[in-house]
Design a protein. Structure first.
Length: 115
């Protein structure tokens, strides 16, 4: 028993957990968006007397925007995927060589300069 070494290990998965089927804290964005949309809907219908469909149409982007962001750009994606996606869409290729944006060479057919 003198040669036995004891080391601390962590055999658990390195996971941030899951809630409502979403990894980590992604559910918080959706939950806050839902509460904000619900509060705005109640404000529009109860206090300002807007129509129910008009209020629903007005507040739906407040809920669907963050929901789409979480589901399309964060759920089951690697860390930093959303930031990289936006960077690619708005900055393009940056300073790197872009093959399809280079000028095409002029082809000579051998008929130039003949009268």
């Amino acid at each position: 028993m003198d040669g036995l070494r004891i080391t601390d290990t962590n055999s658990a998965n390195d996971s941030k957990g899951r809630a409502f089927g979403l990894e980590g804290n992604d559910f918080i964005y959706v939950l806050v968006a839902f509460v904000a949309a619900l509060g705005l809907y109640l404000l529009l219908t109860a206090l300002l007397r807007f129509g129910k469909l008009d209020s629903l149409a007005f507040v739906s982007p407040f809920f669907l925007g963050p929901l789409a962001w979480v589901v399309l750009l964060r759920h089951n994606k690697p860390e930093g995927y959303a930031e990289d996606w936006f960077d690619q869409k708005f900055n393009g290729e940056g300073w790197s060589f872009v093959a399809h944006a280079q000028p095409q060479p002029v082809r000579k057919t051998g008929h130039e300069g003949r009268a």
